[in-house]
Design a binder for this molecule. Structure first.
Ligand code: NAD
Length: 306
C-alpha cells in the first residue's frame, strides 16, 4: 500500500512549539503538508509568551525541505490561527487541537483564575479554532479534526479537577461535532496521549518517562487525520508505541417498579442497586437514539408486567 501523504493539504497544529505538538508538526511536514505551527510560547502554567518555540519548529520543518509558517496567537483567538493558514497557504484541511497548560491544585484550592484559564485554553480554544475552520471544511466537503483529552479526564486524577473537567469537555464537543460533520466528510476524533513532556516530567517515574516519546504517538494522530482514515467520533488512547479505542458502556440496568401505575421509591432503588450497577453484561450505546430507545423498552416491559 502507498505511503500516507499530505501533499496539498494544510494542517494547523496548536501548541506545536514543544512536546506532542512539535512531534505531530514534524511528521505532517515530512509527509508533504503545509503546516501552521501555532504556539503562544508561554510557561507550563500559562504565563508569558514568546515567538521562539514556534519559530524553532518552523525552522526544523523547513530545514528538511518542508513547508511551514509560525503563528503565535493563543488558541483562545483560534480564528486568527485559521486566518494565518488561509493567508499563507490558501486553505485549511486539518486541525490538531493540542495546545495545553496545567494549573494543578486540589479541588478545594482551585481559584476562579485557575478554573477559567484551564477551560479557556483547552475547551474554548478547541471550540474557537475548530469553529473558525468549520465553514471551510463544509464548503470543500472535507476536514479532519483532532481534539486532545487526557486520562485525567476519562478516569480522574487527584489535583486536576479543572483540567479533568476541560478534558472531558472536549470529548463531549467531539461527540457532537463528529455527528454534525459526518455528512460533509468532516471527521473528528479524540486523542488521549501519555507522553514525556514538560507537563509530565515531575508526574511520571523517570524509567517510564524515558519510554514515552511523543514520536511514538504522532503516527497515530497523523493516521487519524489522513483522508483515507474512516474513523470518526472515537476516543483513541495512545502511548509508548501502543494505541487502543475507548468508549462508554452501560449496564443492562433494572426496572425499579413492578407496574406502570406504581411510583418508584428510594427503597426500590436500594433493593435493585446490585442489578443497576452490574456491569457484567454492559453494552455500548451507539447513539443518543439507541440510548433513549432502551428507555422506551423499559416502559414497554413495565406495561407488559402490569
Ligand atoms: P507541552 O507543554 O510540551 O506542549 C504544549 C504546548 O502548548 C506548549 O508549547 C505551549 O507553549 C503551548 N500552549 C499553551 N497554551 C497555549 C495557548 N493558549 N495557545 C497556543 N499554544 C499554547 O505539553 P504536551 O505534554 O506536549 O501536551 C500537549 C497536549 O496533550 C495538551 O493538551 C495536554 O493537556 C495533552 N496531554 C498530554 C499528556 C502527556 O502525557 N504529555 C497527557 C494527556 C494529555
Amino acid at each position: 500500500m502507498a505511503d500516507l501523504r499530505f501533499d496539498g493539504r494544510v494542517v494547523i497544529v496548536t501548541g506545536a512549539g514543544a512536546g506532542l505538538g512539535r512531534a505531530y508538526a514534524l511528521v505532517f511536514g515530512e509527509r508533504g503538508a503545509s503546516v501552521v505551527v501555532n504556539d503562544l510560547g508561554g510557561g507550563r502554567h500559562g504565563e508569558g509568551k514568546s515567538s521562539k518555540a514556534a519559530d524553532a519548529v518552523v525552522e526544523e520543518i523547513r530545514s528538511k525541505g518542508g513547508k511551514a509558517v509560525a503563528n503565535y496567537d493563543s488558541v483562545v483567538d483560534g480564528d486568527k490561527i485559521v486566518q494565518t493558514a488561509l493567508d499563507t497557504f490558501g486553505r485549511i484541511d486539518v486541525i490538531v487541537n493540542n495546545a495545553g497548560i496545567l494549573r494543578d491544585k486540589s479541588f478545594a484550592r482551585i481559584s476562579n483564575d485557575d478554573w477559567d484559564l484551564i477551560q479557556d485554553v483547552h475547551l474554548k480554544g478547541t471550540f474557537k479554532t475548530t469553529q473558525a475552520a468549520w465553514p471551510h471544511f463544509r464548503k470543500q466537503n472535507y476536514g479532519r479534526v483532532i481534539v486532545t483529552a487526557s486520562n485525567s479526564g476519562l478516569y480522574g486524577n487527584f489535583g486536576q479537577a479543572n483540567y479533568s473537567a476541560a478534558k472531558m469537555g472536549v470529548v463531549g464537543l467531539n461527540n457532537t461535532i463528529a455527528i454534525e460533520g459526518r455528512k460533509n466528510n468532516i471527521h473528528c476524533n479524540v486523542i488521549v496521549p501519555t507522553a514525556a513532556s514538560r507537563l509530565t516530567e515531575d508526574i511520571l517515574p523517570p524509567d517510564v518517562f524515558a519510554q514515552l516519546k511523543p514520536e511514538l504517538i504522532a503516527p497515530v494522530v497523523v493516521w487519524l487525520c489522513h483522508e483515507s482514515c474512516g474513523e470518526t467520533g472515537s476516543i483513541i488512547e495512545a502511548a509508548a508505541g501502543w494505541a487502543g479505542k475507548c468508549h462508554l458502556v452501560r449496564s443492562t440496568g433494572s426496572l425499579l417498579r413492578a407496574r406502570i401505575d406504581e411510583i418508584v421509591t428510594p427503597e426500590a432503588v436500594r433493593d435493585s442497586w446490585d442489578k443497576v450497577t452490574d456491569m457484567s453484561s454492559a453494552v455500548r450505546m451507539e447513539s443518543i437514539g439507541e440510548a433513549s430507545g432502551a428507555l422506551i423498552t423499559a416502559i414497554e416491559e413495565t406495561r407488559e408486567k402490569s
